[in-house]
Write a protein that binds this ligand. Structure first.
Ligand SMILES: [Zn+2]
Length: 343
């Protein structure tokens, strides 16, 4: 307790008060007034205890009030950091926000919280990232969503902070060689990307740029090459499927990495036969997670290989189509082509 008083450590505020015999005043441990001498000091667990033996509250640190002015603006700074989830906040911005000097803020914040404002912001961000990963969001997407400008952060110190598995790194595509082509199909532009092991990304869209961007943001660390000219047989097979010349895509190998949950959902989707639909709730039940319909819906939305993993066959319980990463109209047309009645 004496060490806390010597260091004016605000993290001990509220845990005890320090009473000074020579003045008859009691203070918070962090009181900025002149230091009392150790031999004149007595500690009490609460203001009430100090007052019961005749001490009066210090007018400067106001030990009876919950928050000192300092604690109040440190809290304000924390709140500001938590509210600004995406932008990086500089120390100067933060100082202006709470109305104190940057040096004062830096020092006091560290005293009270135990972290600098920058470290605190980083800790909040890592916390949000963990939450998103827990919900099954792809690593790359989550990294950007919480405000990191690039996934290079992943390679630097994510392991220390997140305890990430090699699979998580793999999801960013490190060490992967990806080739892709974009061709015309009955449902618009079709992008099929593949590694030597299988198809790793498949998208439908209207413009190559957006689809290429989706591919690159899914595998930011991969070596990605666009191919032109004669199609590979996997792309041809998908084209045949979209044209109705073949009815199954089951033989195309896929090369994707997901969380355990995503993989369970995706496996389940691959078991839905052509011409059938399931609700998100039904899929959730059949993987033994009856309350996870929303997470199932997210796993569908993050399916990297549409069609091959037929997430278009999952709809809302109400019968309405729900969402589709490549446009609700395409989902509708896919289901129509399979003869599925729907609203
Ligand atoms: Zn005081």
């Amino acid at each position: 307790m004496w060490r806390a008083v010597e260091k004016r450590d605000a993290s001990f505020d509220g845990r005890f008060v320090v009473a000074v015999r020579t003045t008859g005043i009691y203070c918070r441990p962090s009181c900025p007034s002149r230091h009392p001498k150790r031999e004149n000091v007595t500690f009490y667990p609460t203001p009430e205890a100090a007052e019961a033996v005749g001490y009066r509250a210090c007018l400067r640190c106001r030990p009876r009030e919950r928050d000192t002015p300092q604690l109040a603006w440190v809290k304000k700074a924390c709140e500001h950091i938590r509210r600004n989830q995406v932008e990086k906040i500089t120390l100067d911005d933060l100082a202006a926000e709470v109305g104190v000097s940057a040096t004062h803020l830096q020092r006091t914040f560290k005293q009270v919280i135990g972290l600098t404002p920058r470290q605190y912001q980083e800790a909040c961000r890592v916390e949000r990232l963990k939450q998103r990963l827990k919900q099954g969001e792809p690593v790359t997407k989550a990294v950007y969503a919480v405000g990191y400008g690039s996934t290079s952060w992943l390679y630097k110190d994510a392991k220390a902070k997140l305890g990430m598995t090699p699979g998580a790194y793999r999801r960013a595509g490190e060490g992967m060689k990806i080739r892709y082509r974009v061709v015309d199909s009955p449902l618009g532009r079709l992008l099929v990307a593949r590694t030597s092991h299988g198809v790793c990304h498949l998208s439908l869209g209207d413009g190559d740029a957006a689809q290429e961007e989706a591919l690159r943001s899914e595998y930011p660390a991969a070596e990605i090459t666009r191919e032109e000219g004669k199609s590979d047989h996997w792309t041809l097979e998908v084209l045949d499927y979209l044209a109705g010349r073949v009815t199954q895509l089951g033989d195309i190998p896929i090369d994707v990495v997901g969380t355990d949950f995503q993989r369970r959902v995706w496996r389940e989707l691959q078991a839905i036969p052509r011409g059938s639909i399931r609700s998100y709730e039904e899929v959730a039940r059949s993987i033994g997670e009856p309350t996870a319909a929303r997470a199932v819906s997210r796993a569908c939305a993050t399916n990297p290989v549409s069609l091959i993993i037929p997430c278009h066959r999952v709809v809302r319980k109400s019968g309405s189509l729900g969402g589709y990463r490549w446009g609700i109209d395409r989902k509708k047309r896919l289901l129509e082509s399979e003869g599925v009645p729907h609203d």
